[in-house]
Design a protein around this ligand. Structure first.
Ligand code: MLC
Ligand code: AMP
Length: 506
């Protein structure tokens, strides 16, 4: 029987010489392909020794490390479902994710063990392990006693491999269920489309709890048997120092903006580079042009989502990489732009982007109604992005129908933040909007109306939010005003607020 386990395909691409370096960390630690093979086998054996139920979720909130990546590989290998969580999430957020996903295993940092394990055990999780970013923790201690031989568990293409939480259009976060088939098909298409070749070396500088760092970057390198230079945190100086040893770099637009601020970014520093890829948020045309001028390289912009992995890409070869566009639908992906009546629109007209393909997820975890709402009768997924396809086939994203702010590549849902602000003392109502920001692309700003007689303070509201929410979600500023602009239906006109505050960080 063919094994469709994603790990089996990644493992098959490891070079024959298993003692070669697979990963070099920013601190100079070297991991061989054999280390990845044995490490993932030991952790997979540990997970399997726990007698977890079929489809058990392994929830992981740990700092970035090679061992954290090995835990991801081990979860695939053992046939369980990986559930990565942003390290910025605080207790209220973690409580929701663990309560909703009901993971059998939770892995957290030692520093957070106290509060995370309390939440996990309360939610019925049986096993809580710790994993530090310095090769410490109970997960590694336990795995050290396990065999380094392990047979990859057989999976079918539709079997679930990971759940990524994303808020979609409204309401609380929803877990997008991605299958082995979704992830493997996307990895293979990108390997071919981006011309991955022997000798490629990827600089991995992104977090590993979202699609970009976890899937696009890690799968990209592993399925090509390519070495990674592994940076625990993004540091522009460190990236520039490593560029001469690398060929491929991936980043959200903020990473490119910060690299451009470094005088060390020169044509010479990029001499060995083959490809710079950007995505997760709109890349400003100014950044695209400045990069070309400074490095001689044209950034390749692509577009994707948690629910779909990668959807479109500018060409690697055989065509122009057009700034301000996200290129063409990837092979196997059907992408259409429709009007509000669901009818396809002619080239150049702006409408809703819908997609279909082997990369598109099966649905949201335990939310069949939400899933049904987000798919059309003929099986297209409604992305919530608004765009157009020009006469040459290039796709441009011009906005979003979903109320979403993308800040430094992280998604912030205004409705969630407004919910927290509205609970604060003295607040009658609030609106959170995204405004342009030179570093993060876009940041949230809160506009608040006080309850009669109350005098809430904007700075204090920001400080209070920081103590209970992931820091990237906290509005950078909060204004208390006497009224919010409304349309004739009484709905807050967020476009008016965005216009009013657009120069705040200019
Ligand atoms: C940090 N802060 C942010 C922020 N990151 N605020 C808004 N947006 C962000 N993204 C906060 C910090 O908590 C801090 O607050 C202040 O802003 C300054 O922080 P910093 O030191 O400058 O931040 P840093 O740690 O350097 O992180 C910035 C960053 C990081 C850009 C490196 O945000 C990052 O790694 N972003 C990548 C996200 C990503 O991988 N997205 C892919 C999603 S996948 P204070 O209050 O403490 O001063 C996806 C699909 C697809 O979208 O298509 O790929
Ligand atoms: P996430 O839910 O975190 O996966 O974020 C997905 C969203 O990021 C998409 O629906 C888009 O709105 C946005 N996005 C991803 N890549 C791009 C891009 N290249 N340009 C503009 N927006 C993008």
């Amino acid at each position: 029987m063919t094994n469709h386990n994603l790990f089996a395909a990644l493992r098959a691409a490891f070079p024959a010489a298993l003692d070669e370096v697979a990963i070099e960390t920013g601190d100079g630690l070297l991991y061989s392909w054999r280390d990845l093979e044995h490490g993932s086998a030991m952790m997979a054996n540990l997970l399997q020794s726990l007698n977890l139920p079929e489809g058990a979720r392994i929830a992981v909130q740990v700092e970035k490390s090679v061992e954290a990546m090995v835990l991801y590989l081990a979860t695939l290998r053992a046939g369980y479902v990986f559930l990565p969580l942003n390290t910025a999430y605080q207790s209220l957020e973690i409580e929701y994710f663990i309560g909703n996903a009901e993971p059998s295993v939770v892995v957290c940092s030692s520093a957070n063990f106290g509060w995370v394990s309390k939440i996990a055990f309360k939610a019925g999780t049986q096993h809580v392990f710790t994993l530090g970013d310095d090769r410490t923790g109970s997960l590694l201690e336990r795995a050290a006693h396990c065999s380094d031989q392990h047979e990859v568990v057989v999976k079918q293409p539709d079997d679930m491999a990971a759940i990524l939480y994303t808020s979609g259009t409204t309401g609380r976060s929803k877990g997008a269920m991605l299958s082995h088939g979704n992830l493997l098909s996307n990895a293979r298409v990108l390997q071919d489309y981006w011309g991955w070749k022997q000798g490629d070396v990827l600089i991995h500088a992104l977090p590993i709890f979202h699609v970009h760092g976890l899937f696009v970057a890690i799968h990209g390198a592993l399925i090509n048997g390519s070495k990674m230079i592994w940076l625990a945190k993004f540091d522009p100086k460190k990236v520039i120092e490593k560029l001469p040893q690398a060929t491929v770099f991936m980043g959200v637009p903020t990473l490119y903006v910060r690299l451009l601020a470094e005088p060390g970014l020169t044509v010479d520093a990029c001499r060995s580079m083959r490809l710079f890829i950007a995505g997760s948020a709109p890349l400003l045309i100014e950044t695209f042009r400045e990069w070309q001028a400074r490095t001689g390289h044209t950034i390749l912009e692509r577009y994707g989502m948690s629910e779909t992995a990668m959807l479109t890409s500018n060409p690697y070869q055989g065509g122009e990489r057009r700034g301000g566009t996200v290129g063409f639908a990837l092979p196997g992906v059907s992408l259409r732009v429709v009007g509000d009546d669901g009818q396809g629109l002619p080239p150049g007209e702006i409408g809703n982007i819908q997609v279909k393909g082997p990369n598109v997820f099966a649905g949201y975890w335990r939310m069949p109604e939400k899933t049904a709402e987000e798919f059309t009768a003929d099986g297209y997924f409604k992305t919530g992005d608004v765009g157009k396809i020009d006469a040459d086939g290039y796709i441009t994203i011009v906005g979003r129908s979903k109320d979403l702010i993308i800040s430094g590549g992280y998604n912030v849902y205004p409705a969630e933040i407004e919910g927290y602000i509205n609970e604060l003392p003295g607040v009658a109502e609030s609106a959170v909007v995204g405004v342009p920001h030179p570093d993060f692309g876009e940041v949230g700003v809160a506009v608040v109306i006080a309850k009669p007689g109350a005098t809430p303070d904007g700075a204090r509201i920001v400080a209070t939010l920081k103590s209970s929410l992931a820091n990237f979600k906290v509005p950078k500023q909060c204004f208390v005003v006497s009224e919010l602009p409304r349309n004739t239906m009484g709905k807050v006109q967020k476009n008016v607020l965005r216009e009013q505050y657009k120069a705040l960080f200019a």
